[in-house]
Design a protein around this ligand. Structure first.
Ligand code: UDX
Ligand code: ADP
Length: 470
């Protein structure tokens, strides 16, 4: 049989995953028409913005969209039309963590996936390849298949693939242009393998064949959770070592360097920090915990839960260190927080350690100033309010968002670096020191600052995982 040729793709969901991924597909496959649909009108309007003020900040994304929007890349709210016309459908909707009911706080809420799947069944009048792009629990494809088959019009068949996305924010475009691997999971039936080959051929337009891995459907679904949980586990491991370093006088960066030189371990993702954030690591580790629990694998669940507990411990430990170092009280003191995004080169604040830290400081009745080069004031206030703690003072009164690092640090008792933005390394630290209350403390939650230079200026510097005394 001739391979299935994909001519029209629709992507349901124009978010962090669907938007950049399918924009790159369009750029690299000019012969395929790609339509990204979303129910959110303002998001689609932003993707269609004439000045390219896109809804997502990612280095290189604007150039990708400029390269193909209006040519073979379209953004639309006409979800049904997009589905009806497509040969291949990426399902890229949100899968937030459940807030209530069974599995609350752990399990993924699959409501959006189900609604999108039902829509596909309802409006399709021809056969489709349906691709799970959103991260979903193992065996979600089975539920999708049941819904599709129960509601399919005569003559329509649906082949379901799993094709998880491994891009990291801030490097999304780089990751999409040259991924370590593309993973496609399918049923091992002839139809499943044919659908898998059709999607593999799309990626083969720019990705070397040996990087396109094809596996069983359930392995593919599980691999996404596994990859995230294992990366999170590496960071928690190094962060737990950082506590030992602080107590012994060892240096965690040196330890990570030495350990990472072992080619079996490798050097990446061993940077000790104030704790990991982002929309994925905690969420998918907890999804894995839930999966293990629902399979009655309590010891397995406990193992993965420890990764998240260690992260909470690290954030608390760091916040406590700030208070302890400032003579056991920060009441009425001014703490300047540099960085609010969960990591550098993104404006995303989901699960950012900054949110926990600032709330800790507020609960101790400190005044907090914040500067982040990418995050808007409204987002910072929203995140701090949504956290749900009841600080002594209203957040609007206790927190001031500043337009520069210099402004945020003016008159501060302590500076806390939470995000590893490059610009923090070479600030005019002498001028900052001049404006601060003395002794002037810096807590480097990312170990990025030039410690000795700061000490020479007169700062009291506290880093993660060093036994150095002040
Ligand atoms: C992650 C995965 O890397 C990606 O493959 C998956 O598709 C989505 O989740 P992302 O959340 O964008 O990507 O960011 P990542 O670069 O992985 O960082 C996650 C968090 O870990 C950040 O808060 C980062 O600062 C922190 N981190 C990372 C460390 O603390 N130390 C490290 O060594 C690396
Ligand atoms: P992710 O980080 O996984 O990409 P986002 O929340 O950024 O998640 O994006 C998911 C997008 O999916 C949202 O813009 C949301 O409006 C959209 N969406 C959810 N359900 C549907 C649906 N049934 N049809 C179309 N779009 C949907």
């Amino acid at each position: 049989m001739a391979p299935i040729e994909v001519k029209k793709i629709v992507c349901i969901g124009a978010g962090y995953v669907g938007g950049p991924t399918c924009a790159v597909v369009a750029l690299k496959c000019p012969h395929i028409q790609v339509t990204i649909v979303d129910v959110n009108q303002s998001r689609i309007d932003a993707w269609n913005d004439p000045d390219f003020n896109l809804p997502i900040y990612e280095p290189g994304l604007v150039d990708v969209v400029k390269g193909c929007r209006g040519r073979n890349l379209f953004f639309s709210t006409e979800v049904d039309k997009g589905i009806a016309e497509a040969d291949l459908i990426f399902v890229s909707v949100n899968t937030p963590t459940k807030k209530s009911g069974l599995g609350a706080g752990f399990a993924a809420d699959l409501n959006y996936i189900e609604l999108a799947t039902r829509r596909i069944a309802e409006v399709s009048t021809s056969s489709k390849i349906v691709v799970e792009k959103s991260t979903v629990p193992c065996r979600t494809a089975e539920s999708m298949r049941t819904i599709l088959e129960a509601n399919a019009k005569p003559g329509c068949r649906f082949d379901i693939l799993s094709n998880p996305e491994f891009l990291a924010e801030g490097t999304a475009i780089e990751d999409l242009f040259a991924p370590d691997r593309v993973l496609i999971g399918s049923l091992q039936s002839q139809e499943g393998l044919d659908a898998c080959a059709a999607l593999a051929n799309v990626y083969a337009n720019w990705i070397p064949k040996e990087r396109i891995l094809t596996v069983g459907l359930w392995s593919s679904e599980l691999s996404k959770l596994a990859a995230n949980a294992m990366l999170a586990q590496r960071i928690s491991s190094v962060n737990m070592l950082s506590a030992i370093c602080e107590a012994t006088g060892a240096n965690v960066d040196e330890v990570a360097y030495a350990v990472g030189k072992d080619s079996r371990v490798g050097p990446k993702f061993l940077k000790a920090s104030v704790g990991f954030g982002g929309s994925c690591f905690q969420k998918y580790s907890l999804n894995l915990v839930y999966l293990a629990r629902s399979l009655n694998l309590e010891e397995v669940a406990r193992y993965w839960y420890a990764v998240v507990e260690a992260n909470d411990y690290q954030k608390n430990r760091f916040a406590k260190k700030v208070v302890d170092t400032l003579f056991n009280t920060i009441t009425g003191k001014k703490i300047a927080v540099l960085g609010f995004a969960f990591k550098a080169d993104t404006g995303d604040t989901r699960e950012s350690p900054a949110i926990d830290l600032i709330n800790h400081f507020l609960s101790e009745r400190a005044r907090v100033t914040v500067y982040d080069p990418e995050v808007q004031e409204s987002q910072i206030m929203l995140d701090l309010t949504d956290y749900g703690a009841k600080p002594a003072e209203p957040i609007q009164k206790a927190v001031t968002v500043c337009p520069s690092a210099l402004e945020a640090c003016k008159g501060a008792d302590a500076i806390v670096v939470v995000t590893e933005w490059k610009e923090f390394v070479n600030l005019d630290w002498q001028s900052i020191h001049d404006t601060m209350n003395k002794p002037a403390f810096i807590f480097d939650g990312r170990n990025i600052l030039k410690r000795q230079e700061l000490k020479n200026i007169g700062f009291k510097v506290v880093s993660i995982g060093t036994g150095d005394r002040l």
